[in-house]
Ligand binder design. Structure first.
Ligand code: XMP
Length: 548
């Protein structure tokens, strides 16, 4: 992992842990997340190896009760590290319990917005406030989400915050720099939350703001050069943001030693294959090879209707082609992958110790076989998606390429519902091109904000930039229409446009009706075989973003 000063976040299973990590990084301070289960484990204690770069620890919230049946064990060695500690929600309850306080179950439940009064001019909250009451006390708007509460303060600690329903909403042992907050400073509803985390990281932990993408790219390029030496590296380039940024980074680090394989499955967006090749082929020192596999993909998908079967066929074929093509490159010893930090956190916090790990699986292309036996290079695995985008810009990639919406591995194969044929894909590509073009050219104005369709900070952005993902879906269904004076009997296209930050949940985006109408009429008028357009307004959950 990166060699910069950092704050360690111990994850006890809160939905908000990633948000804590991001809020800290937004201040230019590097943060790492580790599962509480890994603190003590497999003979190596993460804690206990004194790390000079570790400047502070945050204990996250979590769904369990302290001392409850399923409660996570707590590694008390954390307190021997001699760095400041901040416990949030469940994290504060652990601190209280370990230091001789008392936590009670199910007392004073609070879920949602609350107002907290700061006490005692603590180093953590002193002078931070949203407003004052008549008595001149500083008050904070906060987000609470707890069923259990600290009901007895541990000795040596003082109360630094309280609310009407929660007498002990913040605790501190200022001598030892151990703090606890019952509310969530990482949640956006805690309006001063950013300031509180900044106070903890910068003033209390004295962690420098050394986390910038400029520094990252400089260090990473040097690190890759050293690690790879004279070896050759293979990269599966999809044209998506992550693999494009990895490609650019590797090109800058090792130039001609990089070999890229781009597979044209025939199920990409319109002109995607040409654009990817144009972007990378002539601007890289190494080889960028396009494999035209369109015919075989359509052949293998003939007659297949079941979504899972389609996914499996596409995944397996991709692996087969990648494997066959990679054998044509001799002396390759590394496989590069665009793994990013959420992938690492979501696979149970398994931060790998070093870069040289044998391949077992390849989540981007659906599981490459062990026999490739290459060493794995994952240069952006410490970054969140927005940081990958910042890095891309830092490296000089085009803004439109860096800010692209995600595109699923199986491509349009899972956006043509039912059997996939090249004719249906061609219809879908045309409709999709129209949708994306309109979203990219229509700009958000003040009136959209006043209608509640967009946030203030989106004024001046295109609808494409302001939404997380937008695409068309081909429905295997014909309906009647009138085109000119003639009766038509043609296909239906569904449009799906969502807002989402993590793609685990998503809301159907609200767009001006005039724009939706324009998209519909343009598609029906310009795509011959379409007679009707429908809008998908389902949220995730229960619907997923993709239809298959
Ligand atoms: P769902 O449909 O699960 O999609 O709500 C969530 C996000 O994941 C993308 N997606 C995929 N990406 N391979 C990928 O690389 C896949 O098989 C795949 N399936 C869904 C989807 O586009 C959305 O952004």
């Amino acid at each position: 992992m990166e060699k910069v000063s950092y704050i360690l976040i111990v994850d006890y299973g809160s939905q908000l842990t990633q948000l804590i990590a991001r809020r800290i990084r937004e201040q230019g301070v590097f943060s790492r997340v580790i599962s509480c289960n890994l603190l003590k484990g497999q003979g190596t204690t993460f804690v206990g190896q004194k790390d000079d770069l570790l400047k502070g620890v945050v204990l996250s919230g979590g769904p369990e009760s302290v001392g409850g049946q399923n409660s996570h064990s707590f590694d008390e060695q954390l307190f021997d590290l001699d760095v400041p500690i901040l416990g949030i929600c469940f994290g504060m309850q652990i601190i209280a319990e370990v230091h001789g306080g008392k936590v009670e179950f199910g007392t004073n439940r609070e879920f949602g917005r609350s107002i907290v009064r700061a006490h005692g001019k603590s180093m953590l909250l002193g002078e931070i406030q949203d407003f004052k009451n008549d008595a001149g006390h500083g008050l904070l708007n906060v987000w609470m989400s707890h069923g259990d509460s600290v009901t007895k303060l541990p000795p040596q600690f003082k109360v630094i915050a309280s609310s009407a329903d929660c007498a002990i909403a913040g605790i501190a042992d200022e001598k030892k720099h151990v703090y606890g907050l019952q509310f969530h400073p990482e949640a956006s509803h805690t309006t001063q939350g950013k300031k509180i985390l900044e106070r903890f990281c910068k003033s209390i932990c004295k962690c420098p703001s050394s986390w910038t993408m400029k520094e990252f790219s400089r260090n990473k390029i040097a690190e890759i050069k050293k690690l790879v030496g004279e070896d050759k590296v293979l990269l599966g380039l999809s044209g998506g943001v992550d693999s494009s940024v990895v490609a650019k980074l590797l090109d800058m680090a090792i130039g001609q030693q990089l070999m890229c394989i781009f597979v044209d499955t025939g199920m990409l967006r319109k002109n995607e294959a040409n654009q990817v090749m144009k972007t990378f082929e002539n601007s890289f020192s190494g080889i960028v090879r396009k494999v035209d596999a369109r015919e075989v993909f359509f052949r293998k998908l003939k007659g297949v209707i079941d979504p899972e079967e389609k996914r499996k066929i596409i995944g397996a074929l991709f692996v087969e082609i990648f494997e066959r093509e990679s054998e044509k490159f001799t002396d390759v010893t590394w496989l590069a992958q665009g793994t990013i930090y959420p992938d690492i956190i979501e696979s149970a916090g398994t931060e790998s110790a070093g870069a040289a790990k044998k391949i077992k699986s390849h989540h981007n292309v659906g599981g490459l076989p062990d026999k490739l036996a290459l060493k794995l290079l994952e240069p952006i695995k410490a970054l969140f998606k927005d940081e990958v985008r910042q890095l891309g810009l830092e490296l000089g990639l085009r803004k439109d390429l860096v800010n692209r919406h995600p595109f699923p591995g199986p491509g349009l194969g899972i956006r043509v519902i039912g059997e996939v044929t090249s004719a249906k894909v061609a219809i879908l590509q045309k409709a999709d091109e129209i949708l994306l073009e309109l979203l990219k050219t229509q700009i958000i104005g003040k009136e959209d904000v006043s209608k509640g369709l967009a946030m203030e900070d989106n004024i001046g952005k295109s609808w494409y930039e302001a939404t997380a993902q937008a695409f068309c879906v081909f429905l295997p269904l014909k309906t009647v229409g009138v085109k000119g004076d003639d009766r038509s009997y043609d296909w239906v296209i569904a449009i799906r446009i969502v807002n989402s930050t993590d793609f685990m949940t998503a809301n159907a985006a609200r767009l001006p009706f005039e724009l939706i109408e324009l998209i519909s009429s343009e598609i029906i008028n310009k795509v011959n075989d379409v007679s009707r357009v429908v809008l998908d307004i389902s949220n995730k959950p229960p619907a997923t973003i993709e239809w298959e």
